[in-house]
Design a protein around this ligand. Structure first.
Ligand SMILES: [Zn+2]
Length: 113
């Protein structure tokens, strides 16, 4: 499952950043994940629960915000949310759109002591 690798990346980056700030422990990590990454919350939380053991994040929570896929229509400029295979402009019906959100994998905040 690719959540294990993604979680490993998130956790490593968070621990790096926290340790550079002199943290003794991490209380929570807030992340934003685009829906097009196909990350699913349950396996991500499971991976986090396994990977955090023995680190300064061993009691931390992982707070995930999922971001819907969003595109801007190249023909009329409208921004709209859509599914994975359904990026048709609801305003003018154009199928030509540029993706502006949905592939994020971003740490927004790390709460440390
Ligand atoms: Zn349009």
């Amino acid at each position: 499952m690719h959540e294990m690798g993604i979680c490993d990346g998130i956790l490593s980056a968070a621990i790096d950043a926290a340790e550079r700030s002199g943290a003794k422990r991490i209380n929570s990590i807030e992340v934003s994940i685009g829906e097009l990454t196909e990350v699913i919350e349950d396996p991500l939380q499971f991976a986090f629960d396994v990977l955090r053991r023995g680190t300064i994040a061993s009691d931390a929570t992982l707070d995930v915000t999922f971001l819907p896929a969003r595109s801007v229509c190249v023909d009329c400029g409208k921004e709209f949310d859509h599914g994975r295979f359904d990026a048709k402009c609801p305003s003018c019906g154009s199928l030509v759109a540029r993706l502006i959100q949905g592939r994020e994998l971003r740490i927004d905040a790390i709460d440390i002591d």
